[in-house]
Design a protein around this ligand. Structure first.
Ligand code: AMP
Length: 217
């Protein structure tokens, strides 16, 4: 299967994508992680993308589509299917993805929307801290580390992403609710959309997502 997980920043999309991929035995591909890795490695793509994601803006479609399609064209992804997290985020990306999959005889089976109200997203994002070593996610209100500023799991320091601070948060949410939200119609028209309430605890949301995937088959 090929599945898309749609959700605003702070909806728990990353956490749920990892859990869902593990449960279903699928490969998890996060476009945000691909950009961060490219940036750390100092590649051309990474350098071009850096200024956009520091400002909380979308990287241009051509760069994003080329990077993700190249990544998922590796044999293991084509063979086993992928769970896409953070891609597509625009209609142009969704169309390019459909065309790219079609070229290798594949298609999107299911698009899951993790729905969380905007006020809750704002609250979650402004308290979000991430560990340096493995990107484990904490929240100073709802999921604080045992020792302030230190990751419980690997002892590395926690930091706040540049795009989780100040006006960048509002900008990212605006982009989601003005632009990415249009993908709901795109997948609804293809009868592939399932909406899951993301405003429950992690376990409950995971169960609901599995249920939704089964309903897609
Ligand atoms: P994320 O970790 O998914 O929030 O992604 C971090 C940043 O990477 C975003 O704010 C964008 O700048 C960039 N990015 C990730 N995925 C995409 C995408 N599908 N289209 C454009 N930019 C993206």
């Amino acid at each position: 299967m090929n599945i898309i997980l749609l959700g605003a920043q702070g909806s728990g999309k990353g956490t749920q994508a990892k859990r869902l991929a593990q449960t279903l035995g699928m490969h998890h591909v996060s476009s945000g992680d691909l950009f961060r890795k490219a940036s750390e490695a100092g590649t051309e793509v990474g350098k071009k993308a850096q200024s956009y994601f520091d400002r909380g803006e979308l990287v241009p479609d051509d760069l994003t589509v080329a990077m993700v399609l190249e990544h998922i064209s590796q044999e293991k992804y084509v063979r086993d299917g992928v769970l896409l997290d953070g891609f597509p985020r625009t209609i142009a990306q969704a169309q390019a993805l459909d065309q790219g999959l079609l070229r290798v005889g594949r298609f999107i089976d299911c698009s899951l929307y993790l729905e969380v109200p905007r006020e809750e997203l704002l609250h979650r994002l402004s308290g979000r801290y991430i560990c340096q070593a493995n990107q484990h996610v904490y929240n100073i209100d709802t999921n604080p580390p045992k020792v302030p500023g230190i990751c419980d799991l690997d002892g590395s320091e926690l930091y706040q992403r540049a795009d989780d601070q100040g006006s960048a948060i509002q900008k990212r949410l605006d982009i989601f609710f003005n632009e990415t939200i249009r993908l709901l119609d795109y997948y609804e028209q293809q009868h592939k959309l399932k909406t899951v309430n993301g405003n429950h605890n992690i376990e409950q949301v995971s169960k609901d997502l599995i249920h939704a995937v089964k309903a897609c088959k």
